[in-house]
Design a protein around this ligand. Sequence first.
Ligand code: ADP
Ligand code: MG
Length: 453
Amino acid sequence: MKKRILVVEDEEKLRRVIELQLTSAGFDVDKAAAAEDGLRLVDRADLVLTDLKLPNMDGLQFLALIRRQNSQVPVIMMTAFGSVETAVGAMKAGATDFLLKPFSLDHLMQVVHKALEIRALRDENRQLKAELGRRYEFDNIIGRSPAMQEIFATIERVAPTRATVLLAGESGTGKDLIARAIHFHSPRKDRPLVKINCAAIPENLMESELFGYEKGAFTGAQTSKPGKFEQADTGTVFLDEIGDVPAPIQIKLLRILQEREFERLGSNQTRHIDVRVIAATNQDLRAALEQGTFREDLYYRLNVVPLNIPALRERKQDIAFLANHFVKKLAPDTGCQVESITDAAMQKLMAYHWPGNVRELENVIERSLVMATGTQLDAGDIRLEPPPSPRRAQSGGGDSHFVPEGMSLDQYEQEIIKEALRRADGNKSQAARLLGLTRNALRYRLTQMGMEA
Ligand SMILES: Nc1ncnc2c1ncn2[C@@H]1O[C@H](COP(=O)(O)OP(=O)(O)O)[C@@H](O)[C@H]1O
Ligand SMILES: [Mg+2]
């Protein structure tokens, strides 16, 4: 695209020479003999070349007026030999460059090209910054790590589509947040987003909850009721904890995904539905596939776009950003004066392994803000859960529990293995040593747990 240069010069001969030179160099040229005429043409100019001494207006005043109208346009000031000081003044006032009269046409072209180049670089820089800014934060989802930036890019790419997304990540990694972001960046954003927590619905109620029922379908069904899927028609269904869906429901979900149809409980009328499905799991579904507790066909229908959200301990770069974000977000509510986090406190946050991920970080910051007295959050204000220690857990506070309450032996073993990996920073040989296992024995257990060995 041709660049347009505005030449403001009261001396007609010079104006013509410059115009000729610029047009033959491939520029479009606007001309003005006075400041007032020039100002009318500033908006469409890519560069302004102006005399510093104009009739009726001082050059610096003219410059200020140009800047007010177009803060980005490069301005080159032409000034008579001997008024270098004024030229310097012009630079200070925001001129891009100056030309001392008389100047050669070569020199004129050099200065013009240089000014346009700088302009292009600045534009590019601004654009880059804007892009980066968008990447570090997406709808209040904070993430500087490459993994999170990739997730943002995927969200942007898949949100406008109808594709089924499977979010996998430990509890507290932001699955809900991401599911919402996908829905609200989709064409369905003004339609319902219905969340179904599959782990929270008792198995015997799940079918009626999801697909609705007809009057008399079971004792107590005095009226007909649409299910969650019907409520979400033309919108999005977010199936949280999809790994907890029992087998009979899995097959009905598969039918919704494949045929977009279902029946209410107690009805043989087939209903059609248009929903976009986003599913989430905090367990490794591939392990469930191997054990045969999760249907393979359903898994592949759900896993069209997999989004794996790493645990917070695997993307430590995000900790500082998130911590600062939560301070800003939560400080006003807690009524404290905290504005920032000391280096020592940040180091403490960075060193922790965050089993509860971002949710835990948010809670820790909130609690710490209550403890803090000054304008900075210090290491002493931050209380972290000590890592689960097998010895401590085993002694169980003198109680007779062999394993912590509410945990199966398998879960307990998994916790210990995960903890060993954490302490070994993911190094499997070292983790195996900590556990008194051979590397192969640890490998075997990891495969059993569905964690890659
Ligand atoms: N990347 C993130 N940026 C900002 N807040 C986050 C981020 N990830 C999680 N959170 C916050 O942490 C908490 C837990 O997130 P959530 O989406 O409910 O996790 P999950 O569904 O995976 O358990 C929420 O308060 C959420 O706002
Ligand atoms: Mg969740």
